[in-house]
Design a protein around this ligand. Structure first.
Ligand code: URA
Length: 245
C-alpha cells in the first residue's frame, strides 16, 4: 500500500472517531511507507495497518461484531462459537488455545477434562494461598473461538483473524494480568517463537498488561508430567499473588 493510501486510511478511521489502533506483531520494514505513516499517526504505538477498536468497545459489541463468523475455515466444522466466560471486570484473564469437543458442544471455554483441571488449579491454589477466588471471578477465553478439526493447533491465519477479537476482549477487560496457557497462546499474545518450556514462569507484556506463561492444562493431564504440574502450580501462585495481594 502506498503512503498516500495509508494516510487516507488512517484519516478515515480518525474521522470515524476511532483512536485506538491495534499493534500487530508484524513489523513493516524500516524506512517503508507503512512504518513512516504509522509513526506519524501514532508515534511508537503502531507497527502495521491497524485493526479497528471502537472507542466505546464492550464485550457485547465484540460478540455482535463476531456474529455468525465465517471469516476463516474453522467455522466449517464448529457447532458453536466459544466466546469467553467469566467476570467482564476480572483482574485476571486466562487465555487458552482453542475449544475442544466439550467446549464446542457447550459454547463455554475450558469445560472438558482440561477445563476441570484448570478450575481446580485456580480454586485450590487460591484457597491454599489464602486468596478468596473462584472460577467465575476470572475471565477465560481462547486464541481461536472455533474448534480446530481434530483439536489440531490453530493455523497462523486463523489466529490472526480471531486474534482481533481476543485482543479487543483483553483491551475491554483490561485485567491486571493475563495468564497464557500453553505455547500457542503465549506465542500468539507475545509474538515470540520459543516453546512453553522456555517461556513459562516468567513475566512478559501484552501491550501494558503483564503476562505470565504456564503450561496448558491438557499437557498437565498426561501422567508423566509430574514436574510440569509442580512448575504450573508455582507459576499460578506467582500470578495470583501479583494480582490479588
Ligand atoms: N483447551 C483450550 O485451549 N481451550 C479450551 O477451551 C479447552 C481446551
Amino acid at each position: 500500500m502506498n503512503r498516500e493510501l495509508l494516510k487516507q486510511y488512517l484519516e478515515f478511521y480518525r474521522d470515524l472517531g476511532i483512536e485506538t489502533l491495534y499493534r500487530r506483531n508484524v513489523t513493516p520494514g524500516a524506512g517503508s511507507a507503512a512504518a513512516a505513516v504509522m509513526e506519524e499517526a501514532a508515534p511508537g504505538q503502531v507497527s502495521i495497518l491497524p485493526g479497528i477498536a471502537p472507542g466505546n468497545d464492550s464485550l457485547e459489541k465484540i460478540l455482535e461484531d463476531i456474529g455468525d463468523c465465517q471469516r476463516c475455515r474453522l467455522h466449517e466444522g464448529r457447532n458453536r462459537i466459544v466466546f469467553g466466560t467469566g467476570d467482564a471486570r476480572a483482574k485476571l484473564v486466562f487465555v487458552g488455545e482453542g475449544p475442544g469437543a466439550d467446549e464446542d458442544e457447550q459454547g463455554v471455554p475450558f469445560v472438558g477434562r482440561a477445563g476441570q483441571l484448570l478450575t481446580q488449579m485456580i480454586e485450590n491454589t487460591a484457597a491454599r494461598e489464602g486468596i478468596a477466588l473462584k472460577r467465575p471471578d476470572v475471565y477465560i477465553c481462547n486464541i481461536v473461538k472455533c474448534r480446530p478439526p481434530g483439536n489440531r493447533t490453530p493455523e497462523p491465519d486463523e489466529m490472526e483473524i480471531c486474534g482481533e477479537f481476543v485482543f479487543r476482549q483483553l483491551s475491554v477487560i483490561h485485567p491486571k494480568a493475563i495468564c497464557a496457557l500453553g505455547g500457542t497462546a503465549a506465542r500468539a499474545l507475545l509474538g515470540r517463537k520459543e516453546g512453553v518450556t522456555k517461556l513459562r514462569g516468567n513475566w512478559y507484556k501484552w501491550r501494558d498488561i503483564p503476562v505470565m506463561v504456564t503450561y496448558h492444562p491438557s499437557y498437565l493431564l498426561r501422567p508423566y508430567n509430574q514436574s510440569a504440574k509442580r512448575e504450573a502450580w508455582e507459576d499460578l501462585k506467582k500470578v495470583l499473588h501479583y494480582v490479588y495481594d
